[in-house]
Write a protein that binds this ligand. Structure first.
Ligand code: SF4
Length: 346
């Protein structure tokens, strides 16, 4: 199963997950959103399955996209079994709230027969009362205990194909919880900051928390949870992986912060270059610098770049000048150089 190769074996690339946000009854809307996520570079898509009717989403999605489909189920063991029968590549449950060990055993048996894993997803907002009483709050220790206790319920069913997530909206708590889990078990970890917030703050919280974890080697799959179009989650997650050197599939854009020497509309140019580089699949470094005095030197590692002048831009490669173009045509010229270098590298 593709999902097992991606998520459950160490040494594989960290993969990007997102979640569909259309109403569960809107199958066409969810399929369209899944296609957009896949086109953006998403590796795994999760979908809420709140009722029987929503199970139809699973074959619809599997028929429309190549990425694995994870069914997110709460409280209802029968629904989980039906999601597995409908072709889910993985299910996400909280084993403690499925109605007892008998029902959990039937879910585990269905997953075992289908050869698919289960993600045990615990959340600071829904921790067991005993753990809240023991620790006084949804602390990292409480989150970790909850995840391992829920995993143990599956282990008691002789099911071990497990991935864990332990999410809190508190960045420091989330990092500490995953560190504890990584120290206390070998299960793959799906990392994320839950309810992180809107595009701006959610991205900052996710970059801080997930960046800290990934730099410690913790995290097998990740989601950047944003109150925004889920395509933004995928872009953010991929860019985070690229910023950390964990993905080298697309260009790395470096751009100077501008200063009093800048005599070109660098903010607009950098934004346009960033947008147009999204369609380039090559591990290049591309520089957009504000002046020719320092730009080529500061960005001498760049495969190609431009440095602004007064209404003009100097194109350069590995710090050496190529030619000068008008500001109005500089992005086109830069992209042509990117295309040429990409072809040469093939
Ligand atoms: Fe200023 Fe030039 Fe450095 Fe940009 S590259 S920050 S414009 S000195």
């Amino acid at each position: 199963m593709r999902i097992r190769q991606i998520e459950l074996y160490r040494g594989c690339p960290v993969t990007v997950q997102s979640m569909l946000s259309r109403p569960a009854a809107d199958i066409a809307g969810n399929v369209a959103q899944a296609k957009a996520l896949e086109a953006a570079g998403c590796d795994i898509v999760r979908v809420a399955v709140p009722d029987k009717a929503a199970v139809a989403l699973i074959p619809a999605l599997r028929g429309a996209v190549a990425m694995p489909v994870v069914a997110d189920i709460h409280f209802d063991a029968q629904l989980a079994i039906e999601a597995v029968a409908a072709g889910a590549d993985k299910i996400r449950i909280n084993p403690g709230n499925l109605g007892g060990q008998d029902k959990l055993g039937r879910v585990a048996a269905a997953c075992r027969a289908a050869g698919i894993p289960i993600r045990v997803g615990v959340n600071a907002g829904s921790l067991e009362k005993e753990l809240l009483k023991k620790y006084g709050r949804p602390s990292p220790e409480a989150l970790c205990d909850s995840a391992l206790q829920n995993a143990a319920l599956l282990e008691q069913c002789d099911f071990h194909d497990i991935c864990l997530s332990l999410k809190s909206s508190d960045v420091a708590d989330t990092v500490a919880a995953y560190e504890l889990a990584a120290a206390r078990c070998d299960y793959p970890l799906h990392i994320g900051i839950t309810e992180a917030g809107t595009l701006h703050m959610g991205l900052i919280k996710s970059a801080a928390g997930l960046g800290a974890l990934l730099l410690r080697g913790i995290g097998d799959t990740l989601r950047v949870s944003l109150t925004a179009d889920p395509v933004e989650e995928v872009y953010a997650a991929l860019d985070l992986l690229r910023a950390l050197g964990l993905r080298r599939d697309r260009p790395n854009l470096i751009a100077c912060p501008t200063c009093g020497r800048t005599a070109i509309d660098l903010t607009r140019i950098a934004a346009e270059v960033e947008q147009r580089l999204r369609d380039v699949h090559a591990p290049l470094t591309v520089a957009v610098m504000g002046c020719a005095v320092n730009g080529p030197g500061e960005a001498h590692e760049a495969d190609v770049g431009l440095a602004g002048g007064d209404g003009k831009a100097l194109l350069f490669a590995k710090g050496a000048p190529l030619y000068t173009v008008d500001e109005a045509h500089c992005v086109d010229a830069l992209m042509e150089e990117v295309r040429r270098i990409t072809e040469e590298k093939k």
